[in-house]
Write a protein that binds this ligand. Structure first.
Ligand SMILES: [Zn+2]
Length: 198
């Protein structure tokens, strides 16, 4: 039986997605074993993130600066906005390194079941960006779930009348597939083959 302190750490870690009580305990054991070399590094990284983490006012990305690294990068094409459900999707697409525009994080997807309404998502701010800037293209990169597609169509409707090209990630994405779980090649292919929303 481990001490209460170690138990507390294990149960805190067990709440992380992808972990669980067993993996959390294994992670704690590993940290205990490597306390001289790894523990400080983990602590430093955690406290830096805790101190510096901010949400980007423009796109909703989570970063250590606002505007975020992507929005602040002059090499990025601000005329092209890729709309995603969550920050994890933004990071996944950015890892694929094919999209050179900017992003917009909705903060979820429309869901009657979960009571998520349009006003709960960052849709107005997306329209604001489209209206304010010289945006040519909005890429709707919602997940291939029913709710993701409902959200994509809703946004397309809201963008009607604006002089922008509205495209969608190519199909071939697994149905119900969360972008975050796809490998970079698949994501890059879906982006490259993006097509007008129909
Ligand atoms: Zn940003």
């Amino acid at each position: 039986m481990a001490s209460q302190e170690i138990e507390n750490l294990a149960s805190a870690l067990a709440r992380l997605p992808g972990l669980g009580p067993r993996s959390a305990r294994r992670a704690v054991l590993w940290l205990v074993k490597h306390r001289e070399t790894a523990l400080d590094q983990v602590l430093d990284a955690l406290s830096t993130v805790k101190e510096k983490l901010v949400e980007c006012d423009t796109c909703g990305n989570v970063d250590t600066q606002n505007p975020c690294t992507i929005c602040a990068d002059p090499r990025r094409d601000a005329k092209s906005i890729c709309v995603v459900e969550d920050v994890a999707d933004l990071w996944a697409l950015d890892r694929a390194r094919l999209f050179t525009g900017t992003f917009h994080v909705l903060g979820g997807r429309l869901s009657a079941l979960d009571g998520v309404r349009p006003e709960d998502l960052a849709i107005d701010s997306l329209l604001g960006r489209v209206e304010a800037g010289r945006v040519d293209e909005v890429v709707l990169a919602m997940n291939a779930t029913l709710e993701g597609q409902t959200t994509a169509h809703y946004i397309a409707e809201r963008l009607e009348g604006h002089p922008v090209r509205i495209t969608q990630l190519a199909h071939g994405l697994p149905v119900g597939g969360e972008l975050d779980y796809l490998d970079e090649g698949t994501l890059a292919q879906a982006l490259r083959a993006r097509r007008p929303l129909g």
